[in-house]
Design a protein around this ligand. Structure first.
Ligand SMILES: *Cc1c(COP(=O)(O)O)cnc(C)c1O
Length: 387
């Protein structure tokens, strides 16, 4: 070992530890609504399995019963542009296209691939990107990889966005303006007013909307197609993206768009062109789950009910609660204190994780409670007095 070289990294890690910001993997075992860590079994309140489908053994059994070995391809062995374009991809894109009013659908290996790939492919030096201050790191990375100029607007402040649009829309150096946001935000659990966003967009001819529904797909709308479905704007969002790794109990990302954009991305998007496509069995599983999700209205209603109940409880304990969704932060502020509080809740049997900088802005460390359809009101009644 070359210790002077390692010493640099070791001292950086020490600094992180001092600040209460050191991250580590923890081994865990999961079963239904529970997670076991270091032999302690806790109610899982840190899961993205919002509909409880990933932990559902019956669903898995049904899927494997319906899928013969000959179709259980565990690798595609290639990018889709070479030999990796198995029928399972086209089947899933068909299912998505049909559900999303006949628009085109394109699949990606993960939400991260999707967000670091689409913007650099579409946005050139004649493009301006206007992005919400709190968008997910994957979109920030996508913006950084693009050659576009980029300006951020205050979080969820559509009046500020409209101001910037008035200012830049007349600037002839920009041929296109792409507005980038999430529908439900991953850290605050608040949401963009998509109807208002669409109304603003319609006043400006150069504007395209890019909306990430990672936390809304499966959870919002009659059929679980996201906030765009819920607010009736599915056809008005030029680039409607989401992921399968959360409520959809699978892996991957999707884009709903115009067929021209789909063709353009197939010809220009590097993470799509230069990466082996997902195993076909994952596509088949996502398609299986997607068709189930369309009918899970009762689960969505239950999730909404317990979410509202927890938001109210957090507020009544005197915390700011920006959330209008199943992601409910409890704002603590300082990292060390947040970690302590999370530990106390874990000791009491509730697995809740602290979220610290750089994932969230400085001094806004929080407990992030994420609810799933498997959580009951009784669970919340036991949790609330401990917050
Ligand atoms: C989780 C998440 C992603 C990343 O998706 P993966 O499929 O996990 O790579 C992208 N955008 C948002 C808003 C997310 O929350």
């Amino acid at each position: 070992m070359n210790s002077p070289l390692l010493g640099h990294f070791a001292s950086q890690l020490d600094d992180l530890k001092q600040q209460g910001n050191l991250r580590q993997f923890t081994s865990n075992l999961q079963q239904d609504r529970y997670i076991t860590i270091h032999h302690k079994k806790m109610l899982n309140l840190a899961s993205n399995d919002y509909l409880g489908l990933a932990s559902n053994i019956q669903l898995r059994e049904q899927f494997f019963d319906e899928t013969p070995n000959a179709q259980r391809w565990m690798s595609s062995s290639s990018s889709r542009l070479l030999t990796g374009n198995f029928p399972e991809y086209e089947q899933l894109e068909d299912s998505l296209g049909q559900a999303f009013h006949g628009r085109a659908a394109l699949l990606f290996n993960s939400g991260y691939h999707m967000n670091i790939g689409i913007l650099p492919a579409l946005a050139d030096s004649k493009t301006l990107i206007l992005a919400d201050k709190l968008i997910h790191a994957s979109m920030i990375d996508g913006i950084r990889l693009s050659t576009a100029k980029y300006v951020r607007y205050r979080h969820n402040d559509l009046a500020h966005l409209a101001q910037l649009l008035h200012k830049y829309h007349q600037d002839e150096s920009f041929e296109r303006i792409i507005v980038v946001t999430e529908s439900i935000f991953s850290m605050d659990g608040d949401e963009t007013d998509l109807a208002e966003l669409v109304r603003i967009k319609k006043q400006f001819s150069k504007v395209m909307l890019y909306v990430d529904e990672a936390h809304a797909i499966g959870v919002r709308g009659e059929q679980g197609l996201g906030c765009a479905e819920q607010y009736g704007v599915m056809d008005d969002i030029d680039l409607l993206v989401g992921t399968f790794g959360k409520a959809m109990a699978s892996i991957g990302g999707y884009l709903i768009c115009h067929p021209v954009i789909r063709d353009y991305l197939i010809n220009s998007m590097r993470p799509l062109i230069f990466s082996t496509a997902q195993p076909p069995i994952c596509m088949a599983w996502t398609d299986f789950i997607f068709k189930k999700v369309l009918n899970l209205k009762a689960e969505r209603q239950h999730l909404q009910q317990i979410s509202q109940s927890l938001q109210q409880a957090v507020q009544s304990k005197g915390f700011d609660c920006p959330s209008t969704s199943h992601i409910v932060p409890v704002m603590i502020g300082e990292s060390g204190k947040t970690v302590e509080k999370a530990q106390a809740l874990q000791d009491a049997g509730f697995y809740i994780m602290p979220v610290r900088p750089p994932t969230v802005p400085q001094h806004s460390s929080r407990l992030r409670i994420s609810l799933t359809a498997q959580i009951t009101q009784t669970d919340l009644n036991q949790l609330t007095p401990l917050l």
